[in-house]
Design a protein around this ligand. Structure first.
Ligand code: AR6
Length: 190
């Protein structure tokens, strides 16, 4: 179902799937009013470029201070911090796989990023969470393949964690949004 929905002060095109519990969204994840946003971090959990840089910049220095105490993370792990100056109450930091051609377990590590992030969110009793397209930027994971993994894990996560009401996929460009919507239509038949 495609609709234009007003949320916070922004009006953005979006689509919903899985009885409106999965949404695609176009824009900057740091603006989203959800319980948690997910950060596509690196193993240090101490900031970087891309969405990681944008989240740290928008959250302010308190986020980096808290991250220093996390001791980093391995690919596929997820760890939560506060959201500081972000509209989101929490940031869940996960480390995606670097793409090496697809024969080094990249699919499974990426799936684990989504699964672990949803498990951490559920453990905090959160109801809404927004993901960027983990690993598809600097880490070069092919977008369409990553999208299939993201949406499949979202569907499984909703079944496994009934408290979760809303999973948002925040696309940073129209091309990414079109891929998410095409893959979602084929997976969910909507
Ligand atoms: N809101 C939503 N999505 C965004 C934003 C934003 N503000 N900014 C970028 N994206 P990337 P990775 C999209 O490279 O591939 C960092 O340096 C972007 O267009 O941020 O997992 C970390 O520290 C792309 O679709 O993350 C790691 O070293 C997606 O976010 C490394 O990059 C992911 O791109 C992680 O690489």
């Amino acid at each position: 179902m495609v609709a234009t929905v007003s949320q916070s002060r922004y009006e953005r095109p979006m689509a919903t799937y899985a009885r409106a519990r999965i949404e695609t969204w176009l824009g900057d994840i740091t603006q989203l009013e959800v319980d948690a946003i997910v950060n596509a971090a690196n193993a240090s959990l101490l900031g970087g470029g891309g969405v990681d840089g944008a989240i740290h910049e928008a959250a302010g220095p308190g986020l980096l201070d808290e991250c220093r105490g996390l001791g980093g993370a391995r690919p596929g792990e997820a760890k939560a911090t506060g959201g500081y100056a972000l509209p989101a109450r929490y940031v869940i930091h996960t480390v995606g796989p670097v793409w090496h051609g697809g024969h080094q377990g990249e699919d499974e590590v990426l799936a684990r990023c989504y699964r672990e992030s949803l498990r951490v969110a559920s453990g905090l009793r959160l109801r809404s969470i927004a993901f960027p397209a983990i690993s598809t930027g600097a880490f070069r994971f092919p977008l369409e393949r990553a999208t299939g993994i993201a949406l499949t894990e979202a569907q499984r996560g909703l079944a496994a964690h009934p408290d979760l009401q809303r999973i948002v996929f925040c696309c940073f460009g129209r091309t990414d949004l079109d891929v998410y919507d095409a893959v979602a239509r084929s997976l969910f038949g909507e």
